[in-house]
Design a protein around this ligand. Structure first.
Ligand code: TYM
Length: 333
């Protein structure tokens, strides 16, 4: 059976970009694959300025609760917290010893996040190697992610291939799976930047738990352009194109159909349609979230069970990797 792995950082409330770019696929793939999903708390510690211990702990629980509300099914899939499975950190050391300084320095996300910063943690530099370990420890064939993760998945492939070539076949080489529409949801206020938890203005980000009035307000004040035509053109019409992608992903219809249907009726009516589709998409998620949030002990139990199941797989892979690299097994001589 196909193995799927993906992760999400507990670095703020989950938003529409996460949902449409990744989580819709996380949920859908449970129908046909063996899925392992992870709240990557170790990754969320890589920017010291944003790392507050009490907040991190709370956000980890919130992210797990939201994943369950979105439809990650702990009966069928494994859901766990990264730091509960210490093999991820240990495996990172093994890959650190085959990853090149040059290839990590060139990683686009590292360049973006480190540029102009006075101090940059080694953790931020090593971030994609930890992500490689996440994916390869579970022999993932497919990794459902948004477009922004493409380079990280390529690095995981490269490092897995390099390891297998030097030390023997241990790791499966993964491929990224992106959604057809909304693989890169843009900020509603600055539609040339991706929608992100670490944005400067909350007005541009629709959070999964925003109430319907707030969602409608944010979408209706989305930046578009001074023309009136509704058509898909990322360069000339980034705001309208972003809304078309959101509507397509939320309704399961094609961008072409939606553009044809809405063109000529003005931006106001178009935005109302987008807002209604997003409110309907998020309504059941918000209802389930309220139920789950009322029972944190159950969420803790599910995560504990998930960590046990994840460890069984990760420990086996890590042992094989250590053996292949010539680390002396305990008790052997
Ligand atoms: P993170 O936490 O930033 O985002 C989680 C998922 O949401 C997707 N995403 C988006 N998709 C479309 N439009 C957007 N505006 C948008 N913003 C976020 C991301 O692509 C991602 O799929 N490095 C990863 C976490 C990670 C991981 C992994 C992912 C750690 N280990 C192993 C896959 C496999 C990250 O920062 O995602």
């Amino acid at each position: 059976m196909t193995r799927v792995f993906s992760g999400i950082q507990p670095s703020g409330d989950l938003h529409l970009g996460n949902q449409l770019g990744a989580l819709v696929n996380w949920v859908g793939m449970q129908e046909r694959a063996d899925c392992v999903y992870c709240v990557v708390d170790l990754h969320a510690m890589t920017s010291p300025a944003e790392h507050d211990p009490a907040t991190l702990r709370q956000r980890t629980v919130d992210a797990a609760t939201t994943l369950l509300a979105v439809g990650v099914d702990p009966e069928r899939s494994i859901l766990f917290v990264q730091s509960h499975v210490h093999e991820h950190a240990e495996c990172t050391w093994l890959f650190n010893c085959i990853a090149g300084f040059g290839e990590l320095r060139k990683q686009p996300q590292f360049k973006d996040k480190s540029e102009g910063q006075e101090s940059v943690s080694v953790g931020l530099f090593d971030y994609p190697v930890l992500q490689t370990s996440d994916i390869l420890l579970y022999h993932a064939d497919e990794v459902p992610v948004g477009e922004d993760q493409r380079h990280h998945i390529e690095l995981a492939r490269d490092l897995g291939q390099r390891f297998n070539h030097r030390f023997g076949e241990v790791f499966t080489l993964p491929k990224a799976i992106h959604p057809q529409a909304a693989a890169r949801v843009m900020d509603l206020q600055e539609p040339t930047n991706k929608m992100s938890k670490s944005t400067s203005s909350e007005k541009g980000v629709v959070y999964l738990l925003d109430d319907p009035t707030r969602i409608a307000k944010k979408i209706k004040s989305a930046v578009t352009d001074s023309a009136t035509d509704i058509r898909y053109d990322r360069d000339a019409k980034p705001g309208v194109s972003n809304l078309l992608e959101i509507l397509a992903a939320a309704t399961g219809r094609s961008i072409e159909d939606l553009a044809a249907e809405h063109d000529g009726h003005g931006y106001g009516a178009f935005k109302t349609a987008v807002a209604e589709a997003v409110v309907e998409l998020l309504r059941p998620i918000q209802q389930r979230h309220a139920e789950l949030a009322a029972d944190p002990a159950e969420v803790a139990r599910l995560l504990d069970d998930g960590a046990h199941r994840a460890r069984t797989i990760a420990a086996d892979t890590l042992q094989r990797a250590k053996d292949a690299m010539g680390l002396l097994p305990r008790g052997a001589a």
